[in-house]
Design a binder for this molecule. Structure first.
Ligand code: UTP
Length: 293
């Protein structure tokens, strides 16, 4: 089996309107809402770095400039922290900065769907395999969600990988759904994909979540700009068309996944991540006990 090409670049689509979180997202992008004390988008960048990603492109829209500020120096703040000997805080800010020149931003201009958002990054990606991370889906676990996918990618000989998880059948209309073939370890062959099927029409309950490893051939499919479910340009439709031309697998990672684009999922993430943090877990447990009574 020839070696699969390494995955060095990642696309983070953050151009969605975040209507489910209004009015919080009127000014603040939903990707900047914090889970405990870190914006959702920063978790995705850290996950990608752990998986060996070296270059990032954010697909942004109007009002998203604070995401680029977040991944840049904040000179006044940094000098104030230094002057006040707040070294731990300063270190945490400096450690999270990506390498100079390794982050790019492209504007989606019109929110025409996830497939369109990924297509907007085509010149940055060029002719290389790449990852896509939807920051809304927070993945918690070790190795990171994307790191487990990259490991599977090399094991199965490259091609495309989607992260997937089993969901209750009544939820299939919210996801891209896999028509599964054989399973080996954590990787299931993908025979076909259907975007947001009715529960009765779904080929399985194995649903795609917001992590992908894709080959640049996907851009040829996205070039067609065909509209799918919801009249949006769907990434799932483009992926479905490359099945059969290259290996295509769905990987079930050992990570927990929280849908931070949904109010209850977001609160769940805050509690679950808070309970893993030694500095706040005991006090948080007390609060939860109080609420239960
Ligand atoms: P969602 O389906 O969650 O849509 O997008 P949304 O607009 O962000 O949020 P709601 O439903 O109005 O609350 C899933 C992912 O795809 C990106 C979003 O930023 C999010 O990461 N996306 C979606 C784009 O970048 N562009 C689009 O045109 C659509």
């Amino acid at each position: 089996m020839p070696n699969a090409r390494p995955v060095r670049k990642a696309v983070l689509p953050v151009a969605g309107l975040g209507t489910r979180f209004l009015p919080a997202t009127k000014v603040v992008p939903k990707e900047m809402l914090p889970v405990v004390d870190k914006p959702v988008v920063q978790y995705a960048v850290e996950e990608a770095k752990e998986a060996g990603i070296e270059q990032f492109v954010f697909v942004t829209g109007r009002g998203k400039h604070i995401i680029s500020d977040h991944f840049d120096h904040a000179y006044e703040l940094e000098s104030q922290l230094a002057a006040r000997d707040k070294t731990a805080e300063l270190r945490s800010l400096l450690e999270m900065l990506p390498q100079t020149g390794s982050v790019g931003f492209v504007r989606q201009q019109q929110p025409l769907g996830l497939g369109h958002a990924v297509w907007c990054a085509r010149h940055f990606i060029g002719d290389e395999p790449f990852a896509v991370l939807l920051p809304d889906d927070l993945m918690v676990g070790k190795p990171s969600g994307l790191a487990q996918m990259v490991e599977a990618y090399h094991r199965v000989g490259g091609g495309c990988i989607v992260a997937a998880e089993e969901r209750p059948r009544e939820e299939t209309r919210r996801y891209g759904v896999v028509n599964p073939g054989a399973t080996k370890g954590n990787a299931t062959e993908v025979r076909a994909l259907v975007e947001k099927p009715k529960p009765a029409d779904a080929p399985s309950t194995l649903c795609i979540i917001g992590r992908y490893i894709l080959q640049p051939e996907i851009f040829n499919e996205l070039d067609r700009q065909e509209r799918g479910a919801g009249n949006e340009i769907q990434l799932t439709d483009a992926m479905a068309r490359v099945i059969g031309r290259m290996p295509f697998h769905a990987v079930q990672t050992t990570c927990a996944r929280y849908d931070c684009g949904d109010k209850v999922g977001f609160l769940h993430a805050n509690i679950a991540v808070g309970l893993q943090r030694p500095d706040i877990a005991p006090a948080l447990r007390d609060v939860l006990r109080l609420l239960k009574d």
